[in-house]
Design a binder for this molecule. Structure first.
Ligand code: FE2
Ligand code: FE2
Length: 365
C-alpha cells in the first residue's frame, strides 16, 4: 500500500514526538539493554594497594591531574546544530542514542563519585575524583545538546529514581574496564569515519569525540592498573571464565542495541556490522594489556549468533507489546532463543595470550 505524502508526514510527526517525559522514562528504565547504575562493596575497593603498579600509576594520575580536557567541553563557533532540519525518524534515534550515552556517562559519574565519597585511601579517592569529574563533563555536554532539542534528562532525578545493580568489585573492574575501552573505540571509530566523510556529520557533537575518547581511554587504563594489583583477578581459572562472560555479554549487548538504530547509522553512512566488528577488534586488541583471553570475533559461529540474538530480542519485544498469553509465549520463546545464542557465543574457543609486563598503553587509533 502506498502512503500518501500527507499520511507519511503524519506518521513522521508521530515518531518525532519526544517529550521531556518520554526522555526521562527512557533514561530511568532498567532493561537488559539500557545503561545501568551500579553500586559495589566500596570498602573492599578502598583497600586496594597500588604499590605493585606504583610507577605506572603515578604517571597516569599526573596526566589526569593536569586535566588536558579542562576547556574542551564547551560549545564554540564549530557548534552548528540544526535539530529542526533533521529528518524525524533520524531525530528520534539520535535522541535515543544521546539519552543512552548520557545515562551511561552519568552512571560512571555516580559510581566514581560514590567511591570517592566513601573512601579513605588517598590513591583511590584521587583517581575516582578525576574520573567523576570527567564523566560529569561528558554527561553534561550531551545533556546540553539534548536541551537544544527540548528534551534534557533530569540527572538529579535519575540518581534517585534509577535502580542500582550491585556488582562485586571484581565485576565492576571487568564491566567498567570494558565499557571505558569500548567507549573509546566507539567514539574514535565514529570520529575517524566522519573525519574522512565530513558531509555525513549531521550533528556537531561528533567533532568533540577525539579529545573526549582520550578521557575514556585513561579511565580504562586506570582499571587495567587496578586489576594488575591482584594477579588472581585475571589469572585464576574461574576469573578467566568471568572475563569471557563479560566480553560476550558486553559485545552482544552492543550489537543488539546498535541494530535498534538503523536510521542513525544510515545517516552517518556506517554499516552497523562493520562498525561493531571494528569496535570489537579495537577493544580486543587494547584489552590484551590485561585480559589473558580474547573472543574470536572471526569464528564462524560469531556473526550468525549475534544476528540470532538480535532477532530473539526482536521477538521478545514483539511479544511484550502484544501482551496476553500469546504475547507471553512469544516473549519466552525469544528469551530462550537469546539464551541459546548467548551459550553458542560463550562457548566459541577463545584466543589466549600472555599480558605484557607493562600495562600502560596510549590511544593510537
Ligand atoms: Fe565518559
Ligand atoms: Fe569514562
Amino acid at each position: 500500500m502506498n502512503a500518501t505524502p500527507k499520511a507519511l508526514d503524519a506518521e513522521y510527526a508521530e515518531l518525532a514526538i519526544q517529550t521531556q517525559q518520554e526522555t526521562q522514562a527512557l533514561a530511568t528504565e532498567t532493561t537488559l539493554l539500557n545503561p545501568r547504575f551500579y553500586t559495589t562493596d566500596f570498602d573492599e575497593m578502598d583497600r586496594i594497594d597500588v604499590t605493585p603498579v606504583r610507577a605506572e600509576w603515578d604517571k597516569l594520575l599526573d596526566q589526569m591531574r593536569s586535566d588536558p580536557n579542562k576547556a574542551h567541553f564547551k560549545k564554540n563557533a564549530e557548534w552548528d546544530a540544526d535539530w529542526d532540519g533533521m529528518e524525524p525518524k533520524l531525530k528520534r534515534e539520535f535522541i535515543d542514542f544521546l539519552v543512552s550515552s548520557c545515562t551511561a556517562e552519568f552512571s560512571g559519574c555516580v559510581l566514581y563519585k560514590e567511591m570517592k565519597r566513601r573512601g579513605n585511601n588517598p590513591d583511590i579517592c584521587e583517581l575516582f575524583n578525576f574520573m567523576a569529574r570527567d564523566e560529569a563533563r561528558h554527561a553534561g555536554f550531551i545533556n546540553d545538546a539534548l536541551r537544544e532539542a527540548g528534551v534534557a534528562v533530569n540527572l538529579g532525578f535519575l540518581t534517585k529514581a534509577k535502580k542500582y545493580t550491585y556488582f562485586r568489585p571484581k565485576f565492576i573492574y571487568y564491566a567498567t574496564y570494558l565499557s571505558e575501552k569500548i567507549g573509546y573505540a566507539r567514539y574514535i571509530t565514529i570520529f575517524r569515519h566522519l573525519e574522512a566523510n565530513p558531509d555525513q556529520r549531521f550533528h556537531p557533537i561528533f567533532k568533540w569525540f577525539r579529545e573526549w575518547c582520550n578521557d575514556e581511554f585513561s579511565h580504562g587504563e586506570a582499571f587495567a592498573l587496578l586489576m594488575r594489583t591482584d594477579p588472581k583477578l585475571t589469572q585464576s581459572f574461574a576469573n578467566k571464565l568471568w572475563i569471557r562472560f563479560f566480553l560476550t555479554a558486553v559485545y552482544s549487548t552492543m550489537y543488539v542495541r546498535d541494530h535498534a538504530r538503523p536510521e542513525f547509522h544510515k545517516a552517518l553512512g556506517v554499516d552497523i556490522e562493520w562498525y561493531d566488528q571494528e569496535v570489537f577488534r579495537k577493544t580486543s586488541t587494547i584489552a590484551r594489556q590485561v585480559f589473558p583471553v580474547e573472543l574470536d570475533i572471526d569464528h564462524k559461529r560469531w556473526m550468525p549468533n549475534l544476528r540470532r540474538m538480535r532477532d530473539a530480542f526482536g521477538v521478545m519485544d514483539a511479544g511484550k507489546k502484544q501482551g496476553g498469553l500469546a504475547g507471553w509465549i512469544k516473549s519466552k520463546r525469544g528469551a530462550v532463543s537469546a539464551a541459546l545464542a548467548f551459550v553458542s557465543l560463550y562457548t566459541i574457543p577463545v584466543i589466549r595470550s600472555e599480558p605484557p609486563k607493562n600495562v600502560r598503553l596510549e590511544p593510537v587509533y
